[in-house]
Design a binder for this molecule. Structure first.
Ligand SMILES: N[C@@H](CCC(=O)N[C@@H](CS)C(=O)NCC(=O)O)C(=O)O
Length: 235
């Protein structure tokens, strides 16, 4: 008996780590999907589109689901194979905690390094606005810098010196390398949602010059990232 694939539309901003996370989960599970890219000019309409007023959200056979974490856990329930959340309770707990750590801690490094630090900010803002009207393209670098600076300031990353941010990221990557060990993954020896969540944030961190250097200086982490990419990026 052949099973028909569900109809899945992912509404996204392509360069968002949370959208990358959902794309990777869908790809790993072999679920075909279409994408709908939100322009900068449409961001103010997000509250009308879903209850979190953010991307990503998906339409799955007509059912709208928002928040990358909720989407990924829901996809796991609907499509348990190949599994991304282990059955073992202790490993499952580790995956939940690391997934949350990636979203709530690592995210602010990528936001600060790509959008607040001046050397990469303009390039990424223009990438975000690449499908927008020229006038929107003109103002986006200024607006994004101001908006992300406020967010990073409130969260705390924006109040620390560059040296402090780099030193903390270095420490966190050392810790990740200890978890990953040789040839393994964040939780045990199989790819899980923890790897995908962390890799999506690190992928964005690598989009800043400083971030790329820090990742490259961690060989175990770089090797793990390549293994995660090979399993979760479209061929
Ligand atoms: N916790 C949310 C975070 C999503 C998020 O922060 N999305 C950003 C893009 S990276 C967004 O939609 N920002 C638009 C806005 O805040 O107006 C998730 O996991 O989906």
């Amino acid at each position: 008996m052949t099973q028909t694939s569900p109809s899945i539309v992912l509404t996204q901003m392509a360069i968002s780590p949370f959208c990358d996370k959902v794309r990777r989960v869908l790809t790993y599970k072999g679920l075909p999907f279409k994408t709908n890219d939100i322009k900068v000019s449409q961001i103010s309409s997000l509250p009308k589109m879903n209850n979190t007023a953010k991307v990503p959200f998906i339409d799955y056979n007509g059912k709208r689901l928002s928040d990358s974490t909720d989407i990924c856990f829901w996809l796991e329930e609907q499509h348990p194979e190949p599994a991304l959340i282990p059955a073992d309770p202790s490993q499952r707990a580790d995956v939940c905690l690391l997934e949350d750590w990636a979203d709530e801690t690592l995210y602010f490094f990528e936001l600060t390094m790509r959008f607040v630090w001046p050397e990469d900010s303009r390039r990424w803002s223009l990438e975000l606005a690449k499908n927008d009207h020229p006038l929107i393209k003109l103002v986006t670098p200024f607006l994004m810098r101001r908006m992300t600076r406020n967010i990073a300031h409130q969260q705390g990353a924006g109040r620390r010196s560059r040296a402090q941010v780099k030193a903390e990221l270095d420490r966190l990557f050392d810790a990740l390398e200890t978890r990953i060990a040789s040839g393994g993954f964040c939780v045990g020896q199989q790819l899980t949602l923890a790897d995908i969540s962390v890799a999506s944030q690190i992928h964005c961190i690598q989009g800043s010059g400083v971030g790329a250097e820090i990742v490259a200086s961690h060989s175990t982490l770089s090797d793990w990232k390549q293994r995660v990419d090979a399993l979760t990026l479209p061929v």
